[in-house]
Design a binder for this molecule. Structure first.
Ligand code: GLP
Length: 241
């Protein structure tokens, strides 16, 4: 694992955006695996800024997002589709026909997951996967479990994730209890992985992911087995390492 230490969130975001834009410059038809949550917001801001300055061109890029809440249609303000449109898609020249997320409005989980796996294999897999890290070590919505799930699947969110994500909703009761997420197998097949981690509240999870045993009870720990992982983290997130 290649760990890049930055002094703060701003620098972390700039480094991560540099890595993504280098990927797109070197391979203009890249498939980018994208993430939501607060961690990548600054990264997307830099990418938008550099696109507007003419430094990076997304016209041939395809994107596949990690996850989506089950039961939220695209128009819902807390859906991850809405998040991606707000933070990235509508500001850059990505082709809307090549920006993919699991379909949260599809209530048939088996169908939603099979459809999404078909999309991911149809685009040839992921060149660069961007990840955040949950406080409990989750990646995407792969929650701590007894095994590593391979393909896209429907998960029941843990109490800790519902609590962490309730800040975006009017009340904890409004947080969906289930989500569709790309599986660990799909994430691990990405050619490169870029993880952005910020803040003291992630320090213990980051330590466990990098230095603890590889176990499905700490899903991000599987990244120790990936040949090309870069973690960009600020000093607070690295404070336990
Ligand atoms: C969310 C998302 C993850 C994200 C994580 C951390 O639940 N499903 O993809 O990485 O939790 O979010 P944040 O960056 O807001 O801490």
């Amino acid at each position: 694992m290649n760990i890049i230490r930055t002094k703060d969130y701003q620098n972390l975001s700039r480094k991560a955006a540099n890595i993504i834009s280098a990927q797109v410059i070197l391979k203009p038809d890249s498939v980018l695996g994208l993430a939501t949550g607060s961690s990548p917001v600054g990264t997307y801001q830099y990418l938008v800024d550099w696109y507007q300055k003419g430094d990076v061109d997304f016209s041939r890029v395809t994107t596949v997002n990690l996850d989506e809440y089950k039961g939220l249609p695209r128009e819902h303000e807390q859906s991850y589709f809405y998040f991606m449109r707000h933070h990235l898609f509508r500001h850059v020249n990505l082709d809307p026909a090549r920006t993919f997320l699991p379909d949260g409005s599809e209530m048939d989980s088996a169908k939603a997951c099979a459809d999404y796996d078909r999309i991911i294999s149809g685009v040839g897999g992921v060149d660069l996967q961007l990840l955040g890290l949950g406080r409990n070590g989750h990646i995407g919505f792969n929650e701590p479990d007894s095994h590593f799930a391979s393909g896209t699947h429907c998960v029941r969110l843990t109490a800790s994730t519902i609590e962490a994500n309730q800040r975006f909703f009017d009340s904890p009761d409004d947080v969906p209890r289930e989500a569709y997420t790309m599986g660990i197998g799909t994430i691990m097949r990405a050619k490169k992985i870029l993880v952005v981690v910020s803040g003291e509240d992630k320090a213990e999870a980051l330590r466990a992911v990098c230095q603890g045993p590889v176990t499905p009870s700490m899903p991000g720990s599987i990244l120790q087995f990936h040949p090309d992982v870069t973690i960009v983290a600020d000093a607070a997130a690295l404070s336990r390492m």
